[in-house]
Design a binder for this molecule. Structure first.
Ligand code: ADP
Length: 524
């Protein structure tokens, strides 16, 4: 079961994530958001415009009702055909009777300022006046448009109905005689609201159209934008998969030609892959170098043991010689293994001793005196005239000692007749310089570039005689670089060499700060 799960996972990582799931999700969210926004926006606009227009329509209906009521309430008896028509305005009466609206003897009332006439001739308004028996005593529309009477409570009622796909506004009003205050009839006004219905229909139509266009357009734009973002991500995951399948793959992300975070990510990604590749190469090289270096001592020991097994063990002289030679090789191997360990450790210094502080002069004095003691045939001088006594550098004391030993040891190893060495140290412009000088065989310009490489020896056979593995200077360089320093060589073949190390000097405050940090760290 577990196995199946793992294979499935592996297959998925090979194929990559589900195709375009990010695009689908992103585009859906954008479309949905736009759709919801448009719907909300449309509903708000539609309702607002609707309310504004219906207000106007209500006003029109009300005006009509008020004017009719004004005219009809002057009638004291029940409303009838005979009294309703005369009660209307003169011009309205003329229109209803089929006479010309303006005549010579009718100057006082003008058809142009007769509101009731204007309202009655409005094709949107259907007016009916009912008597108490709810019989139609006056109307201005054709038969199909005449609104039916409906009983209602109170003096006035207005209702909105929806018929044949359109809204209508019906207003009911009871008519009372001004004089008697008695109910004389009813007015019913139907407002067909043609303008309102047309406006709302058009508004709805355009809103739907615009919404559809906007959703399609924005979805398309979202798709293009998301595609543009996802493309580099896809490219990166493709390269990551390729490198995952084959760590030696040289696949890298191509330049996206964009000036954004994704480009930055791609550059960092490529840098990370390059670095990983370098580590892999170094590792391979190191394993190759180590096995090559170990082959010789192992071969020498094996040769001696073979010889002893075959015939040498009976010859005390050969036996003695072979044991000595094997022991020497074993020691060399031990030394080599120690140096390889040192080299590996030299790369992790920052993690081990981040707050180490060392007083240069003390260490120099101690190392020079120790080395002079071991190599009494050498004259090793120490010059610290230009170095203030308490100059401090951010380095672990043991590492500074190791560095000096490597350099002085090399100077001694590669010296010829002149058995002299000068070690000097000085402070200039916030930098501490340590110079280790010998007057030995020197190093040619071509070789000077290579001596810091791992296992590099100028003359393999001779160096081996002297017990060198070609690791000393590599260790020295790694150490110096780890402490943000620099190491360089200046040498003339046949005259001698001068190795120079430069470290940034610490100010008093910096040194105290590091010491305090080291203290609090050790307490933890
Ligand atoms: P080794 O352990 O072989 O000395 P190093 O890395 O210390 O390895 O040095 C690399 C090579 O550089 C040496 O094999 C030697 O040929 C050359 N070299 C180093 N120091 C000196 C020196 N002071 N004078 C001359 N040659 C040197």
């Amino acid at each position: 079961m577990k196995m199946m799960k793992r294979t499935k996972k592996h297959e998925q990582s090979k194929k990559g994530t589900k195709r375009s799931s990010l695009i689908v999700r992103w585009v859906s969210i954008v479309s949905l958001t736009i759709m919801v926004s448009f719907i909300v926006f449309s509903v708000v606009i539609y309702t607002f415009v609707g309310q504004q227009s219906i207000g106007q329509q209500k006003e029109t209906s009300n005006q009509m009702v008020v004017q009719l009521n004004e005219n009809l309430s002057s009638i004291s008896g029940e409303l009838q055909i005979a009294n309703v028509v005369p009660a209307l305005t003169p011009s309205a009466k003329k229109v209803l009777q089929g006479d010309p609206v303006i005549s010579r003897d009718d100057r006082a009332s003008n058809a142009f300022n007769d509101n009731l006439l204007a309202s009655l001739t409005n094709p949107d308004l259907n007016v009916v006046v009912y008597n108490l028996q709810q019989e139609d005593v006056f109307d201005n529309g054709n038969e199909n448009e005449i609104p039916t009477f409906k009983n209602f409570k109170g003096e006035y009622k207005q209702e909105q109905t929806f018929q044949d796909n359109r809204q209508e506004l019906i207003t009911y009003q009871k008519v009372r005689s001004i004089r008697t205050g008695k109910l004389t009839g009813y007015i019913v006004v139907v407002n067909r609201m043609t303008y309102y219905n047309g406006l709302m229909k058009n508004l709805l139509k355009w809103m739907v159209r615009i919404s559809i266009i906007a959703i399609v357009l924005f979805t398309l734009i979202a798709f293009i934008i998301v595609q543009d973002i996802v493309k580099p991500i896809k490219e990166m995951s493709k390269v990551a998969r390729e490198v995952n399948d084959d760590p030696n793959s040289t696949a890298r992300i191509a330049d996206f030609h964009r000036n954004d975070e994704l480009q930055e990510l791609a550059v960092s990604f490529n840098q990370m892959l390059d670095r990983m590749q370098r580590y892999i190469d170094q590792q391979k090289e190191f394993v190759g170098d180590v096995s090559h270096e170990l082959r010789t001592p192992v071969a020498v020991i094996e040769g001696h043991l073979n010889m002893l097994q075959r015939w040498g063990k009976d010859d005390p002289e050969i036996l003695d010689e072979s044991i000595n030679a094997s022991l020497q090789e074993a020691k060399r191997m031990q030394h080599l293994i120690q140096e390889m360990l040192d080299l590996t450790r030299a790369e992790q210094i920052n993690v081990q001793y981040p707050n180490a502080v060392t007083k240069i002069s003390e260490v120099l004095k101690r190392v020079v005196s120790d080395m002079s003691l071991v190599h009494q045939d050498f004259d090793i001088s120490l010059d610290m005239d230009d170095l203030p006594q308490d100059t401090e550098v951010q380095i672990y004391q043991g590492h500074l000692e190791q560095l000096l030993v490597i350099l002085i040891d090399n100077g001694i190893k590669y010296s010829t007749d002149r058995k002299q060495m000068n070690v000097s140290a000085g402070l200039s412009q916030d930098e501490v310089n340590i110079i280790v000088q010998d007057f030995g065989e020197g190093i040619s310009k071509v070789e000077q570039d290579k001596i810091f490489n791992r296992f590099y020896r100028v003359d393999k056979a001779r160096t081996r005689e002297k017990g060198g593995n070609g690791l000393g200077l590599s260790i020295a360089q790694k150490l110096v670089n780890s402490y943000h320093g620099q190491i360089s060589v200046d040498s003339v073949e046949g005259q001698g060499s001068q190795f120079k190390i430069v470290f940034p000097a610490l100010t008093k405050q910096q040194a105290d700060k590091l010491r305090k940090r080291a203290e609090s760290e050790s307490k933890k």
